[in-house]
Each structure stands twice: as structure tokens, then as C-alpha cells.
Design a protein around this ligand. Structure first.
Ligand code: GAL
Length: 416
């Protein structure tokens, strides 16, 4: 019965057209983890857009980069029979919720607006389930980036590193300058974000076999030991207080020149922009050395939950607003990400954004676009968390590289 009412209501509002999609009293309750300065600024773009269409915003922020905590809160809400209207979500988590039958159906909006033609297929595998649209992708981020303080780089000769040896030389130089070489926050998802890039730098094929195919031989290979050895080496360049630090505070260290660089997805750029820093002048963005031409992506999507019929018009309006090309440009310019549609011009984006858009298109064409392990686009949460656990213990010195390789093989096998 509820299902029937749902589709009748959806059809009714669609007939009324976009302008009158929702009445002023309507609102959406949105669960998300965008609580840093840059993230909040981007979210504001969405709130304002909806406000202009008469949709109110009921905020449900759950702090914690990467969304680990947000997903725990969501589980409690859904179990309690009271899901939010829309939830910021990553990759395989969306599919998992769809499998549980918890998500609504966006087909009418998606078909009317032709999402199939403009949303990259790499994202559609997470926005659709069983052929039906279940989520509205808002952006594409990628994890294999480095954010470098320009002044510190200039003092080191001004050349951005292109391979491992040059990276180590730069980190040593930062040390000589008396600044912390690597700004890092010791949280499992941040350690895993670096691991994405380190593994990718040892080869596209290696990344794919390890994280996408979960091939036991690759996970247990000498190359994987090398990846862990590199993590140990990088660990020697973080400061004593890194443990538990939030990622945006680490970005702040690079912004203020207290640290040389940060390995982080391009949401870090949102922090630099919020601090009025200019790419090329105050900071430099490069792909993690050895990963040029490849992209490990993650896309924030708003998964739309099954809600009562009266809430559907606002939910559909939100989905429609998110996919509008003007909104995609305005939002992603602030967020540090790139549009989740292929037809949005790059004119409003800064140099890092233009590079990100170009890199994404090229990687997609060349078969070097792969889902981020650290951000839920390579595997379902169970496997992701198993990898997190091993990576974090190794990074913190609780496991040797040799043992980490063995544990990785068995943890992944158990979680599959
Ligand atoms: C990622 C998400 C980004 C950013 C980041 C840190 O998983 O895709 O939008 O919010 O976490 O919170």
C-alpha cells in the first residue's frame, strides 16, 4: 500500500512541473559528515539552492571524515524505523542499503532529466540498483593527490616530486627546513587513504588485482610488502601528535606552513580555498608521485531513503537540484571535487579543478580509473574495514610489513 501511494504521489508531483515541485513548508532531513570548513561551505551551496525552491533543510551532521561514524548513526536511525530523507553515502554502502530494500526510486526524475546519458558509468554502478536510480551523485573526488605548501616547496628548489625517490628527497628537505614533512591525521580511514596512493604507485594492475579483484596472490605478494615498507617510511615523517588528528586540522598545518605536504583526497582543496589560498600561488596540487595518469575515485552520492508519501516531492526536488549542471559547477568549485556529469564546463574551476576534470576523463578513457579502496568504491564495508584494520596497525608499528602482508590475505579472505 505504501509503495502504491509512493509512486502515485511521485507521479502527481512530476506532472506539476519543477517550479511547483514542493511547497514552502516542505523540507528534507539530510544526514552527512560534511562538518569541516570547506565541506560546510559546499553544503551551504546545496542548502541555499533548495531554499530558493522552497525546501527547508533539517541538518543531521555526524562528524568524522570518510563517514565511518555517519554510517553507524544511519544504521540506528533505519533500525528505529525513522530513516532520514537523504544520506550522503559512498559506493558500495549505497548498494548494500539498496539490497536491504531501504532506498526509494528516482527513475521518474532521472529519466525525465536524462541522467543515464550524462552521469559517468563508473558512478552509475553505485547510483542504480537492479536498473533503477536510487541515489543522486553530487561529485567525483579522488584520493591520489598531494597538497604542498608552495613556499616550502620553493625553498626546496620548486620542483614537485614525480617518483618515490624525489618524494623522499623533498620530505628530507622539509625536515631540514624545520617543518613537519607530512601533515597527517592518524585515523584508520586517513591511513587507508595514503595506502590507496602507495599501492597505486606500484602499478595500475597491482592496485586492480589487490583491491578490486582481491586476488590473494597479489595481496600476499612481495610488492605488497614493499607497499607496507613505504608506509613505514612515510610514518617516519609525521609529527608526534598525529594520532587521532582530524584531516582538516592536518590540512591546516600545510596551509599555515607548519607542515610541507598532505596526502589527501581533493576535499582538502576545499580547506585551502576556505582559507583564501590560491592554487599555484600558495599551494600546489599534484598526483601522488608515480600515479600520474591514474585516478582512484570516490563519489559522494545522496542515497534517497523510502520515506512517507508527503516527503517525496521535496526528496525528488533535492535529487533534481543536485543533478542540475549549474548546481554541479557551483557546488564542486567550492568542495574541491569535480562534477558528477560529463557535460559541465570547467570554466568556473581553478587550475587544480581543471586538472581533476581532465585527469578523470583521461583515466576513464584509458582504463586507469579505479574505485578508491579507502573510500568505499572498491569493496563492500566488511572488506574495506578488514583492510583498514591491517593498514592502521602496520602504520602504527603494531605489525611488521611481513606480518601485515599475511594478515591482509587472511583478513580479506575472512571478510569476503
Ligand atoms: C570522503 C568524502 C568527501 C569528504 C571526505 C572527508 O569520504 O567523499 O566528500 O567529505 O570524506 O570527510
Amino acid at each position: 500500500m505504501r509503495k502504491l501511494m509512493t509512486s502515485v504521489a511521485a507521479a502527481a508531483f512530476l506532472m506539476t512541473g519543477t517550479a511547483t515541485m514542493a511547497r514552502a513548508t516542505e523540507s528534507v532531513e539530510v544526514l552527512h559528515w560534511w562538518t569541516s570548513g570547506g565541506e560546510a561551505a559546499a553544503l551551504e551551496v546545496l542548502k541555499k539552492d533548495l531554499e530558493s525552491k522552497g525546501i527547508g533543510w533539517v541538518d543531521m551532521p555526524v562528524a568524522g571524515g570518510g563517514g565511518t561514524e555517519a554510517m553507524t548513526v544511519l544504521r540506528a536511525r533505519v533500525t528505529g524505523g525513522n530513516p532520514p530523507t537523504a544520506v550522503q553515502m559512498l559506493g558500495f554502502d549505497i548498494v548494500d542499503w539498496a539490497k536491504e530494500g531501504s532506498l526509494g526510486n528516482l527513475d521518474e526524475v532521472a529519466n525525465k532529466e536524462g541522467w543515464d546519458k550524462v552521469v559517468p558509468t563508473a558512478l552509475q554502478q553505485f547510483s542504480k540498483y537492479d536498473g533503477h536510480w536510487i541515489a543522486a551523485p553530487v561529485n567525483v573526488h579522488s584520493t591520489n593527490w598531494v597538497w604542498i605548501n608552495k613556499e616550502a616547496l620553493d625553498k626546496a628548489g620548486g620542483k614537485a616530486p614525480t617518483n618515490w625517490d624525489e618524494l623522499i628527497a623533498l620530505l628530507d628537505n622539509f625536515k631540514k627546513q624545520g617543518i613537519t614533512p607530512i601533515a597527517h591525521g592518524g585515523q584508520a580511514w586517513q591511513d587507508a587513504t595514503i595506502f590507496d596512493a602507495v599501492v597505486l604507485s606500484l602499478g595500475n594492475d597491482f592496485y586492480k588485482k589487490a583491491f578490486i579483484d582481491l586476488d590473494p596472490d597479489t595481496l600476499g605478494s612481495p610488492k605488497m610488502k614493499e607497499a607496507f615498507d613505504r608506509m613505514t617510511k612515510l610514518r617516519s615523517y609525521v609529527d608526534d601528535n598525529f594520532s587521532g588528528r582530524d584531516w582538516n586540522l592536518a590540512s591546516g598545518m600545510v596551509i599555515e606552513g607548519k607542515a610541507g605536504l598532505q596526502f589527501m583526497g581533493d576535499w582538502a582543496k576545499g580547506e585551502f580555498l576556505k582559507a583564501k589560498k590560491v592554487p599555484g600561488k600558495d599551494f600546489v596540487c599534484i598526483r601522488y608521485p608515480g600515479t600520474q595518469g591514474s585516478v582512484t575515485f570516490n563519489s559522494d552520492q545522496f542515497a534517497m531513503f523510502k520515506v512517507s508519501a508527503d516527503k517525496i516531492p521535496a526528496q525528488m526536488q533535492m535529487a533534481s537540484s543536485i543533478e542540475s549542471p549549474t548546481f554541479q559547477s557551483a557546488f564542486n568549485v567550492v568542495k574541491g571535487s569535480v562534477p558528477a556529469r560529463t557535460d559541465v564546463p570547467d570554466s568556473a574551476f581553478d587550475d587544480c579543478g581543471k586538472k581533476a576534470i581532465k585527469d578523470l576523463a583521461e583515466a576513464n578513457k584509458n582504463g586507469t580509473l579505479m574505485g578508491s579502496m579507502a573510500h568505499g568504491h572498491a569493496n563492500p564495508a566488511a572488506v574495506k574495514n578488514a583492510i583498514y584494520d591491517v593498514v592502521t596497525r602496520e602504520f602504527n608499528g603494531d605489525l611488521s610489513s611481513d606480518d601485515a602482508v599475511k594478515e591482509l590475505v587472511s583478513a580479506v579472505a575472512a571478510a569476503k
